[in-house]
Design a protein around this ligand. Structure first.
Ligand code: PHE
Ligand code: ZN
Length: 870
């Protein structure tokens, strides 16, 4: 158990095993949105190694109705409840504690514990929500087995779901009924869940590789059930993939997924009863884009895969969060890569990493993949824990190779099944299976910041000797001024003047693997001899290492390499580097833009090129990625340069763009095949470029009017709205009315309005906040309007007068009282404020400073302190 120190932080170094364990938990709920009564019977056992340790349970926002110990009502002098914890006096031996408490789901806008989502009653317990349901030792290393009884009126709550397997149902008097569930696997409280309401489902039964019949169900409110089929298919694909790729079978008789309109995060992996944000469940082609379908499949996989990486093997403490999240993101990204295009999946992940995770790593909120202290754990559901955590697992996979990595995973699951594990356990399993010492590798978990590899080349023509000097630079981050060198596998390739690959490995003082060197020191010198001319070097194929590479290329080198390289990720990346060099003027801008234009012309006219890949190449580095590449961020200058380059490229390519757009019309027609999706992706990319040159936006208007699904409709609407086309207002109006009763589609048009790239969008946001569409209690709605504005509308958010910051700061103060985790996520949009060019740096500080007196939640107060810390 870890308690905060004087400094208000919980420290990793303070961990001790729980002094008391709950071996069995028996819960009974009398469900009612206004007042639910929860009876709990907990079998408690003291840790023999910590005799006499006091018995303390967590409990917040609970009204205690009754309490007894070993069957005897407890006198008030025997316990104390301070609003956060229940202290029991003089209890030293194994015992049974029974409590009855009352909670109030309908008023629970935090959406943690038991809450209402439209007409449903749902729970969210990760990380510390269970203590809002009943008194409990609410930490992940306390793992009882569970029996859960749900009672409710049958008319309002005909379906009653909980973790584990269904045991039975029966009618009670007065129109009420009861359902009993049992979860036989030791499970921490953060994975507890119930769901009740007028749910309906799609269902199918599958047999696992171990021969177990499992009923897969996806539940939603009745009107939404026709849109659940795709998610159900994704559950089955995930189940099969985990059997095939990791040898992991499902372990209960049912796997239930419930769609919720009110949900703070994406989805939650509760044992046997996953609760999902509806946006990651509901889809058909009329209302969901291709990106939505792909997002659903990957989130379904993510939650399903947690059943082993997170549930069967859970966390010792919250510092280990990446043990389940980084590992599960790695697993779900491999799932998507195996089922679809590996290269496209990698490009998508690298965009997020470079644009967002690198920004986090370089900003005021930087923290290691395994933090060593926290004030508020809910602020650590970050891109660093998830995405960088996944990159670290990928590094391990690269270093060990698939076969040895799989052996390490088998060992990890075998050694830790049913336990609460640590990142050390994970590394120990891989060290054991591979025979490698992973001590230096472990620094990836403890050191924050994005490593930079500064590479310089030299060629001695007389001696035929080529050298690369690789310096590892690890920038200081809050609390970590000095860093130790990391183990970094650097993939590299050399090409000779004829374009042939030079296969000879370099001479160097680092281990050399196939196509890579394993850097371990701050500096390595790699040397090749016997070369007739200076070769061309390419680095970091597949983005195997999550690092920044600094190397002085000429534009012509990048263009040539983009032709020579066979690694599709790197081909894409080389074009991104050309664009970045042109935009930031680190390359001769004219030469770079010209080379990029030629490369794009080749791609657009190459009928063999995968349209989805071409679409990725057309998408220039976004604002976040560019901002990450400069020391001081001048927002208007970056965006101005980007727009100018886009204009120039469009003028060059207009005919190719038109031809490609036309040629793909049929292929883009229908269906969810990779081919159709790729065609739609490239057509939407072409359309966005072409609309720049056409003030009437006729093509976009035509696509909107004749759209064959949401991908075409929304792609066209974005062009109309973002380029201020004459038809923008009528199209928005038509779209609004057509989907007025669908909150998820409403979020889409709101998002388009909120991201219109213009400073005036600030005023449009104020108008939305006064409109009937605004609903600050729904996290999806907050994200669609304010999240999109703050994160994806640099011209609006970073208005020169600070008006964008003011708006967001005011709303953070409002949301702080409604849903602190949602408010805190919005606050994190200020993470890069210190690197902004004046006057924006001052303007953002002026917006943040007054929040110090206004924010009350621990979530927001923690973030604000970290943002403003000197
Ligand atoms: N554990 C969830 C996931 O990654 C995320 C989550 C965190 C959901 C906290 C709700 C609350 O899949
Ligand atoms: Zn997860």
């Amino acid at each position: 158990m870890s308690v905060p120190r004087e400094d208000g932080f919980v420290h990793l170094a303070d961990y001790t095993p729980p002094a008391w364990r709950v071996v069995h938990a028996d819960l009974a709920f009398d469900l009612d949105p206004d007042a639910t009564d929860v009876s709990a019977r907990l079998e408690l056992q003291p840790d023999p190694a910590q005799p006499g340790a006091p018995l303390v349970l967590d409990g917040e926002a609970l009204t205690l109705l009754a309490i007894s110990l070993d069957g005897q009502p407890l006198d008030a002098s025997r316990y104390r409840h301070d609003g956060r914890q229940l202290h029991l006096h003089g209890v030293t031996d194994a015992c049974v504690l029974e409590t009855r408490v009352r909670i109030h789901p309908a008023g629970n806008t935090r959406l943690e514990g038991l809450y209402t989502s439209c007409d449903l009653l749902l729970t969210q317990c990760e990380p510390e929500g269970f203590r809002r349901i009943t008194f409990f030792i609410d930490q992940p290393d306390v793992m009882p087995r569970w029996r859960i009884v749900l009672r409710a009126p049958r008319d309002a709550y005909p379906v009653l779901l909980a973790n584990g397997n269904p045991v039975g149902t029966r009618a009670l008097g007065g129109g009420r009924h009861e359902a009993i569930w049992e979860n036989p696997h030791p499970t921490p409280a953060y994975l507890f869940a119930i769901a009740a309401g007028a749910l309906e489902r799609v269902t199918r039964t599958v047999t696992t590789m171990e021969g177990r019949e499992v009923e897969l169900n996806v539940w939603a409110e009745p009107a939404d059930v026709p849109r659940c089929g795709y998610a159900l298919g994704a559950v089955e694909r995930s189940l099969r993939w985990d059997e095939q790729r990791f040898g992991r079978a499902y372990d209960l008789d049912v796997f239930n997924v419930v769609a919720a309109q009110y949900f703070t995060m994406g989805a939650m992996e509760n044992k046997g009863l996953n609760i999902f944000n509806a946006r990651y469940v509901l889809a058909d082609q009329a209302t969901a884009t291709d990106a939505d379908f792909m997002g659903i499949e990957s989130v379904v996989a993510h939650e399903y895969l947690h059943n082993w990486s997170g549930n069967r093997v859970t966390l010792r403490d919250w510092f280990q969060l990446s043990l389940k999240e980084g590992l599960t993101v790695f697993r779900d990204s491999e799932f998507s890569a195996d089922l679809h295009s590996r290269a496209l999946k990698r490009i998508e992940a690298v965009r997020v990493l470079r644009g967002r995770q690198f920004a986090e790593d370089g900003g005021a909120l930087a923290h290691p993949v395994r933090p060593d202290r926290y004030r508020e754990i809910s602020n650590f559901y970050t891109l660093t824990i998830y995405e960088k955590g996944a990159e670290v697992v990928r590094l391990l996979h690269t270093l060990l190779g698939e076969k040895v990595f799989r052996a390490g995973m088998d060992r990890y699951f075998a050694d830790n099944d049913g336990r609460a594990a640590t990142l050390e356990d994970f590394l120990a399993a891989h060290a054991g299976a591979s025979g490698r010492d992973l001590a230096q590798f472990a620094r990836w978990y403890s050191q924050a910041g994005t490593p930079e590899l500064r590479i310089t080349e030299a060629f001695d023509a007389a001696a035929g000797e080529y050298t690369l000097t690789v310096d590892q630079h690890l920038p200081p981050t809050p609390g970590q001024p000095d860093k130790q060198p990391l183990l970094i596998p650097l993939q590299l390739a050399l090409y000779d003047a004829s374009g042939a690959a030079i296969n000879a490995p370099p001479a160097c003082d680092a281990a050399v693997g196939e196509g890579r060197v394993e850097l371990v020191a701050r500096r390595h010198v790699l040397r090749w001899t016997g070369l007739a001319a200076k070769p061309l070097a390419a680095f970091n194929h597949g983005f195997a290492a999550p690092v920044k590479i600094v190397f002085d290329y000429a534009a012509s080198d990048l263009a040539r390499l983009a032709q020579l390289e066979r690694d599709p990720f790197l081909r894409w990346d080389l074009l991104q580097q050309l664009a970045t060099g042109a935009l930031l003027r680190t390359l001769d801008p004219h030469a770079a833009a010209g080379a990029l234009s030629d490369a794009l012309a080749d791609l657009l006219t190459d009928e063999a090129a995968d349209p989805a890949f071409v679409a990725e190449c057309l998408a220039l580095p976004d604002f976040d990625t560019l901002a990450e590449s400069v020391p001081v961020v001048d927002v208007d200058a970056l965006i101005g340069a980007r727009e100018a380059l886009l204009d120039r490229l469009t003028e060059d390519q207009v005919e190719h763009l038109q031809a490609r757009y036309e040629a793909l019309a049929d292929a883009a027609g229908d269906g969810l095949s990779g081919e159709a999706m790729g065609a739609r992706a490239l057509r939407n990319a072409c359309l966005a470029w072409l609309t720049r040159l056409d003030p009437t936006a006729a093509l976009a208007q035509a696509q909107f009017d004749g759209a064959r699904g949401m991908t075409e409709r929304l792609g066209a609407l974005r062009c109309l709205v973002h380029f201020d086309a004459p038809g923008a207002e009528p199209a928005l109006q038509a779209f609004r009315t057509a989907f007025a009763d669908d909150p998820l589609v409403t979020d889409k048009w709101l998002g388009l309005v909120a991201t219109r790239p213009h400073p005036e969008t600030r005023d449009a946001i104020y108008a939305l906040l006064r409109s009937p569409w605004w609903n600050p209690t729904n996290p999806n709605r907050v994200r669609a309007v304010l999240g999109a504005f703050a994160r994806s509308n640099p011209l609006g958010f970073h208005r020169r007068d600070g008006g964008g910051y003011q708006l967001v700061a005011e709303q953070i103060a409002v949301l702080d009282a409604i849903n602190p985790p949602v408010a805190a996520r919005l606050l994190a949009a200020f993470e890069g404020w210190r690197r902004l060019a004046q006057p924006l740096r001052t303007r953002s500080r002026e917006a943040l400073a007054p929040l110090e007196g206004r924010l009350v939640s621990p979530d927001c107060r923690d973030l604000l302190q970290r943002l403003l810390a000197p």
